[in-house]
Design a protein around this ligand. Sequence first.
Ligand code: PXP
Length: 244
Amino acid sequence: MSVPSRLRLGVNIDHVATIRNARGGDHPDPVRAAQIVANCGGDGITAHLREDRRHIRDEDLARIQAATDLPLNLEMAATDEMLAIALRHKPHAACIVPERREERTTEGGLDAAGQHNRLVPIVSALADAGIRVSLFIAAEERQIEAAMRLGAPVVELHTGEYAHATGDQVAVELRRLADMAALAAKNGIEPHAGHGLTYDNVQPIAAIPQMAELNIGHYLIGEAIFCGLEPAVLRMRELMDAAR
Ligand code: PXP
């Protein structure tokens, strides 16, 4: 797989909906966030429809799709309910994530190796519908191999452990991500990355040559409270470009 020239930035707008839902009304609207991202050079919108609908809701998906031309990357658990929703909305991409109702965010990657049989029909139904399938996995060889067996065209490497690492462990986690991005690309799988990325830690990940896309949410929406969403996205874009 050739090295992608431009690293894409997908902006995860879930937490605009988290704030909206806190008051039960319709403000702030994640659709407005998607439009701002589209107007300031974001490459995609990422949204996670969780089982408990704690942020993005079903009706948001169609509204986001209607409001911008940017590709929608739907993060979804490997359940029949989510598969049916994905097939109805036909997003550009679907990223299969692990989901436990009680967790605060997506902790740990999908066990693509252990859940092969559960994932086969979901991956093939999505692929048959023309949806680009991504698996959100830990940067581990066995998970990349499982993605290969499943025929997934994309893996999104979980950067949570890198983001939370301190001291010498940062370099260890970074090496693991770089090695697994290279392994994925060597086997024809496009590597993406996400979770916990900030202005301070994004550049070493953006510098991994095979990396094609980063999906960033919580930090950008948090920064947007202080400086606005457009400046936050532009600053992240600038840091990513400078690292290439
Ligand atoms: N990618 C995936 C697959 C995710 O589930 C999430 C949210 O947990 C993100 C990227 C964005 O992570 P964050 O909100 O920490 O930037």
